[in-house]
Design a protein around this ligand. Sequence first.
Ligand SMILES: N[C@@H](CCC(=O)N[C@@H](CS)C(=O)NCC(=O)O)C(=O)O
Length: 211
Amino acid sequence: MSEQLTIWTFDWVPGGDSGPRGFVRDFRLRWACEEAGLNYQVRSVPFQERTPEHFTHQPFGQVPYLEDGEISLFESGACLLYLARKSEILMPTDPKGEAETLQWTIAALNSIEMVTVPWWFIGLNEEANNPLEGWVLQRLTRMQDVLSQRPWLAAGRFTVADIMMADALRIPKVRAAGDFPAIREYVDRLCARPAFKRAHQGQLAHFAMAD
Ligand SMILES: N[C@@H](CCC(=O)N[C@@H](CS)C(=O)NCC(=O)O)C(=O)O
């Protein structure tokens, strides 16, 4: 068995309807490991008070970060692509398939999440007249077009790009924005995968343990 990877997350985050449980970004890494059968453990840093040690691994005091032997890296997208190089289940090794996977993983981060997250945060304070509404709907309209033409983003099959994109699109507020049936079908299909469910249960159990 390969050396064990360590996914670092918070020891606890708030629960309830508005809490982030089930959506903390260590989930992306858990999901990738579950899909690829990579051996991993999950360890915690304190949520309430960030330690100097935490900042040496994640300079913004956020989670997740990933350790693999001597290697420590942060940014969920970088961690996903790092994991993807360990398993063809996550990313094909042929140059075209790999390029498509890289492209769509970054698109999920830099063209979708880059718009949806600020929009969602602005909406927490004031639901009406969100200045980013049009931008979000424009991006979702484009994704609706893409996903109505094919079931997977890259290489004609499931890849780590689908993990990244589905995780960005499954945010309840994003799901409720507009009527985008192809996006809805895509997110439902991805969230029904057994590896998704194991990762999701794993995260919920991790935070529940600290209650
Ligand atoms: N760009 C970072 C964002 C990480 C991030 O936003 N992490 C959240 C949890 S999902 C966090 O640590 N929030 C606490 C904070 O920002 O202080 C990544 O994708 O890893």
